[in-house]
Design a protein around this ligand. Sequence first.
Ligand SMILES: NC(=O)C1=CN([C@@H]2O[C@H](COP(=O)(O)OP(=O)(O)OC[C@H]3O[C@@H](n4cnc5c(N)ncnc54)[C@H](O)[C@@H]3O)[C@@H](O)[C@H]2O)[C@@H](O)CC1
Ligand SMILES: Nc1ncnc2c1ncn2[C@@H]1O[C@H](COP(=O)(O)OP(=O)(O)O)[C@@H](O)[C@H]1O
Ligand SMILES: [K+]
Length: 497
Amino acid sequence: MELLTTEEMNRADALTAASGRPVGELMLAAGQAVRDSAVDMLPDGACVYVLCGTGNNGGDGFVAARLLQESGYRVRVGIVGDRGSMRPDAAAAAALWHGPVERVSADRLEGASLIVDALFGAGLARDVQGAALEAVRLVNRSTARVLAVDVPSGVDGTTGEVRGEAVQADATITFFRLKPGHVLLPGRELCGRVRLAQIGIEPGVLDAIGSRAWLNRPSLWGSCFPVPGAGGHKYSRGHALIAGGSTMTGAARLAARAALRTGAGLVTLGAPPAVLPIYQAALEAVIVLPMDGRGGFADLLLDDRRNAVLVGPGAGADFATRELAWLALESSRSVVLDADALTSFADEPEHLFSRNKQNGNVVLTPHEGEFNRVFRGLRGSSRSKLERARAAAEASGSVVLLKGADTVIAAPDGRAAISDNAPPWLATAGSGDVLAGIITGLLAQGMPAFEAAAAAAWMHGEAAREIGPGLIAEDLPDALRPVLARLYGAAARAQST
Ligand SMILES: NC(=O)C1=CN([C@@H]2O[C@H](COP(=O)(O)OP(=O)(O)OC[C@H]3O[C@@H](n4cnc5c(N)ncnc54)[C@H](O)[C@@H]3O)[C@@H](O)[C@H]2O)[C@@H](O)CC1
Ligand SMILES: Nc1ncnc2c1ncn2[C@@H]1O[C@H](COP(=O)(O)OP(=O)(O)O)[C@@H](O)[C@H]1O
Ligand SMILES: [K+]
């Protein structure tokens, strides 16, 4: 599912109009969808307050108001702004509403079971202030449920940021395709449940628009997801190599288990001699071999069947770790750099970037703190999380997976995916190590870097949902099993059709 920025959505609108379908028709379909969603949220005959602005978002509100009244609901309409300055299509919709149009005030909102928020949608152009701000506050103070049209007013559809203040909705109905602001925080939280309605825009317009952002779903990467074939064996399913740290040994163990669970045929963990027995005692199917510093790691890399390498979990943010990361990048394997491996380049990230560009199959997995250390030029940037991840991918020549509840995966060529399936209980020590292991396991099986990172983020979120509250990182590798079963099942169904 593509995610369209406000600008891209305007183009979809314009292309549709150019093909002979006027905006008024789209607005009617949008208003019908708002009515249907409102009806689902209301008891019969209840009172609805429709809050309209003077743009086309308000136009959708006027259509919905008329249709709800025709369906037997008691409807009140309030407007912010001058009715005389409405845009033409919105004015035409308003003209078909024959009831009063009130000034917005607290007492008029009283008694409403539902507020339809049609103040601002895609046209939000500046911070919400003055009468509009007052209206947003009244909505948020009201005890009525709130249905937002397109986006909660005050939320920027392209970035998910709040401009001034924003409506907190219980549900949001949007049109044609979701926007990044429905998935990125804080927008996602303000939307409540998001519903999508088709209003007569042909999917063909997407080719002309050329959107490069997607909701992270198996449809994005399922066609290259590695599914074991009947004739395969462990040597045909990739061999992941994981550099084990010497102080925090748990992190690399979690990653190694996750890589194996993800389907890599073999996983080798290189362990510093001082802690070798710990790794050996704790791991069974994972091969544990001694690895003495740079030279030891170089020896492990001599076996070119080890085709995907992870450096970082529990490694220590020091020069020694940087050397291992450097070797991995030079080795032209697929490489995941996580945690300390990223921080070890904080002084001279350009070195890392130049190596990435030569390798071409690298995934960096920073959380916000690591991101700010490595991508110093983007620190404090007012750009959205999506745009920051994209800029980082372009600057570093690698796939960047920027973690969080709204993890963004971006490729140097501008493709980007946003995840929305990670539950809050996934934010626990060690879960990032598991994610790094999943990515490495998928890379070992030959999945390209962008798709592997996106698939891993989705699987990580699904595994966490399988487990539920109380999750600890140790639970995650096992919980990948039902997730894999679903993905293998979907692949088998796709093959049989
Ligand atoms: N794009 C499409 O294909 C369709 C769009 N429709 C609706 O049209 C909406 C977009 O309509 P518009 O482009 O007219 O934009 P909006 O209705 O979202 O708002 C635009 C108006 O609000 C003013 N404004 C913006 N920010 C403000 C602020 N902070 N304070 C005060 N005034 C502010 C603008 O100057 C402009 O007059 C969509 O969100 C959707 O609801 C639907 O009618 C159906 C089809
Ligand atoms: N609020 C949240 N909701 C859902 N997932 C989250 C949230 N915050 C962080 N995460 C996820 O939890 C994981 C934490 O990774 P990380 O910060 O590297 O922790 P660690 O180093 O302890 O493993 C990441 O996958 C991240 O996307
Ligand atoms: K709105």
